[in-house]
Design a protein around this ligand. Structure first.
Ligand SMILES: Cc1cc2nc3c(=O)[nH]c(=O)nc-3n(C[C@H](O)[C@H](O)[C@H](O)COP(=O)(O)O)c2cc1C
Length: 320
């Protein structure tokens, strides 16, 4: 297997338009936003819509499920097959730290109940037509780091690969990612391990690969408003060098294309509200960006975005 440079799943951010853009700019693999196993089982339409994919973001494409009960997780896998959603793998969320999720015993809470986690994997593997993978953290808190035992248990239960975010649940997204535990997990299982956490440059990607020996990496926040990071990382890992980020006009074009795609998939009302966040990512660090970001924070129509883009291009030409 070639070293995999993938996009990490991000609920509320990495929707289909985001994933398609990431693929276009080099991501080898993408995963859906986390999807409630219960919601899917009960036939919730919004939940089913999260599973939708397209040719361009299809290979390899994973759907991520979250839930606490083996029975519902299994039913959700069957449901995916019934509704004709054909992911290349199904990922099980065992890393989400959000209280709404952990409070039900799902997400990172499963690291406190490894037997249930293993049962979930077995139940899903038993009915799935595609590989089942697990996304985990290194433990609940610093006093309860169980990444190694947990990873081995997931492997024994039938998981085909693991993504390890090198933080505890209690750390959330603070502090630095712990590469040491990722390295130790990699050394303790035979299945592929994807390293995750704090990769926002090609150099950090190389450090993760070289230090831990992982089979791939997953980039989350480092891809905010910069989908070309995937190509930069791949170039750097291969040749030791990479092209700088594209010029402003091209970046704005990529942003507009992403938002346009989101509009076609979700409708203007929803997509333009979500575009406020996406545009703020893309406009970070631009000359005079604060004003434009403020304008973007009120977006409701795609044509308004086109106007803002025009203004930014005009202004950037004046500065140069
Ligand atoms: C806004 C946001 C949403 C996320 N949603 C998910 C999710 O749905 N499923 C999941 O497994 N991880 C989720 N994560 C965690 C990321 O996949 C990743 O593990 C984490 O952000 C660390 O990687 P990074 O430093 O590259 O961002 C989310 C993270 C963020 C910031």
């Amino acid at each position: 297997m070639d070293f995999l440079v993938s996009l990490a799943p991000m609920a509320g951010i990495a929707d289909r338009a985001y994933r398609t853009t990431a693929r276009r700019y080099g991501a080898d693999c993408t995963t859906s936003e986390m999807i409630s196993a219960k919601g899917l089982t009960y036939g919730d339409e919004k939940t089913a819509a999260l599973c939708s994919t397209a040719e361009k973001d299809a290979v390899p494409y994973g759907i991520q499920l979250f839930g606490a009960e083996p029975e519902f997780m299994q039913k959700a896998v069957i449901k995916l097959q019934e509704i004709g959603s054909n992911p290349d793998f199904i990922d099980l969320n065992m890393g989400c730290p959000v209280p709404k999720v952990t409070g039900t015993g799902a997400g990172a809470a499963l690291m406190r109940t490894p037997e249930t986690a293993a049962e979930i994997v077995r139940a899903c593997v038993a009915v799935s037509h595609v590989p089942i993978t697990v996304k985990m953290r290194i433990g609940w808190d610093l006093e309860h780091i169980n990444a190694l035992e947990f990873a081995q248990l997931m492997e024994e239960a039938g998981a085909s690969a693991l993504t390890v975010h090198g933080r505890t649940k209690v750390q959330g997204y603070s502090g630095k990612v712990n590469l040491n535990y990722i390295w130790r997990v990699k050394a303790s299982v035979k299945i592929p391990v994807i390293g995750n956490g704090d990769i926002s440059s090609p150099e950090e990607a190389k450090l993760m690969r070289d230090f831990t020996g992982v089979d791939g990496i997953a980039v989350g926040r480092g891809s905010y408003g910069s989908p070309w990071i995937f190509t930069q990382i791949k170039d750097y890992l291969k040749n030791g060098e990479y092209a700088p980020a594209p010029p402003i006009e091209e970046r704005l074009e990529i942003m507009s294309q992403q938002v346009k795609l989101a509009v076609s998939l979700k409708g203007e009302h929803t997509a333009m509200r979500e575009a406020r966040t996406q545009c703020a990512f893309y406009l970070k660090g631009f000359p005079g960006a604060a004003n434009f970001r403020k304008e973007c924070s009120e977006l409701t129509r795609f044509e308004d975005l086109e106007e803002i883009v025009g203004q930014i291009i005009t202004q950037s030409k004046e500065i140069l």
